[in-house]
Design a protein. Structure first.
Length: 103
């Protein structure tokens, strides 16, 4: 089955409220993407984030999956749960992060 092109968030600003309800925002500076080795309908993302206030950088591990629910069926949807992935895929992502100077 052919899947749509993977989404990219590089350069996009995201907004959310932290655990205390304070508004936060960040820009996705870069991202590493890897199709999960045992599931071609899941893509693991490690994103390099630049926050505004206070100025800081953080990493975010997440994933997209091909959705099954009718409204999004067949499209990449951002995962709402903790990212779980094979150890070998995690090791490959960490190697790439080191290569890019993130770690």
């Amino acid at each position: 089955m052919a899947y749509p092109a993977l989404p990219s968030s590089i350069g996009k600003r995201r907004h959310f409220k932290d655990i205390d309800g304070k508004p936060q925002s960040f820009v996705v500076r870069d991202e590493i993407v890897r199709i999960q080795s045992d599931n071609p309908g899941k893509a693991i993302y490690l994103q390099y984030l630049d926050f505004d206030e206070p100025k800081r950088s953080e990493l975010r591990l997440g994933y997209y999956m091909i959705a099954k629910r009718p409204r999004m069926a067949g499209k990449w949807a951002w995962g709402q749960s903790a990212a779980m992935l094979p150890i070998a895929d995690f090791e490959a992502i960490v190697r790439e992060a080191k290569k890019r100077g993130w770690l």
